[in-house]
Design a protein. Structure first.
Length: 327
């Protein structure tokens, strides 16, 4: 027997229950992982609240790190005793141990501990596909990242800076502006008192071309149209989250009027659906972290059984960087 968070209905943090569960033996293509740490992400709130559909009852959580305890008869990707991490697969990471498809697991380098791994897999591989595949950032590009002091934001700032880009980022406070700047954000904009569209145009105008070639926006809501206004002609709008609420339907004429813009709504799980892509993405992330070019900031730690408080703090924007849960 083990313990895990289960939900039987969608709603607020109070719907999460800490229960004893039976894990059982892994199926032929599965491995059982004993978690040392579990990651917290905004998508967990989307599942818990019902914004994203989920068959109930269900577990929650999409990333974790730990040790392989058992493997099914057909598993070739990992062995018992391997240190592993993952992001994706069916929700259920909020657990002391779980079975999951072995082809979703990646082996951890010795230089990366479990807490760091649990904090970085989903956010770090998201940063990887955003910067290297959705829009391939080059040296001398100028980018805009919304929520620059968040988990994905801090990684994007560092990674983009390592690529030679100039980074503009929006934040909600002076403290978060200082945090973003310390992680490679050249121009943090405190959107609660500054018009970020005007500031982006001012910053880029001084570089010779008004607007940025790409905006990475995980905020959604009313921010979306303003993000579009930050793009130069032929720029790309990448909306990869909706922490402030869903984006209203978009009239494609708006893209035309603003200069033949591109718009995409990507998901990490599409980019890592093939095992080869998963392994490559994870390896690029590991290389950046081991080299020190990207530092993973684990700024909050909660006991897994206290995840309701973690959800409340994340939704209230009280967190910065990454948050982990300890079983």
């Amino acid at each position: 027997m083990s313990h895990a968070i289960r939900i039987y209905e969608t709603g607020g943090p109070e719907v999460m229950r800490w229960e004893e569960v039976s894990v059982g033996e892994p199926a032929p293509n599965e491995a059982r992982v004993r978690h040392a740490a579990v990651g917290l992400n905004f998508i967990d709130i989307y599942f818990r609240s019902g914004r994203y559909p989920l068959q109930l009852p269900s577990g929650l959580g999409l990333e974790g790190a730990g040790v392989v305890e058992a493997v099914g008869s057909a598993v070739t990707e990992v062995r018992v005793g391997d240190r592993v991490a993952y992001a994706g697969g069916p929700p259920g990471a909020y657990a002391e141990a779980r079975n999951l498809p072995a082809d979703r697991l990646v082996k951890l380098p010795d230089a990366i501990d479990f807490k760091t791994a649990a904090a970085m897999m989903l956010q770090g591989m998201t940063a990887q596909y955003l910067l290297r595949r959705t829009f391939r950032v080059q040296a001398n590009d100028t980018i805009l990242i919304q929520a620059a002091a968040g988990g994905v934001g801090l990684i994007v700032c560092q990674w983009a800076k390592a690529l030679g880009a100039t980074v503009i980022g929006t934040v909600s406070s002076d403290a978060k502006a200082a945090l973003a700047r310390a992680h490679g954000c050249d121009h943090p904009i405190v959107y609660t008192r500054e018009n970020f569209v005007e500031r982006v145009k001012e910053i880029t105008g001084g570089m010779g071309e008004v607007g940025v070639p790409v905006v990475y926006d995980s905020v959604g809501g009313d921010t979306f149209m303003k993000s579009l206004d930050c793009l130069r002609p032929l720029g790309m709008m990448v909306t990869f989250g909706q922490s402030a609420g869903p984006v209203a339907p978009v009239d494609t004429q708006e893209l035309s009027k603003r200069g033949s813009l591109f718009l995409t709504r990507p998901s990490l799980f599409t980019y890592i659906a093939k095992r080869a892509d998963l392994v490559q993405s994870a390896q690029e992330l590991f290389d950046m972290v081991v080299s020190g070019r990207v530092k993973i900031e684990v700024n909050q730690t909660y006991a897994l059984k206290d995840v309701a408080q973690a959800h409340a703090d994340l939704a209230a924007r009280k967190t910065t960087g990454s948050t982990i849960l300890i079983p």
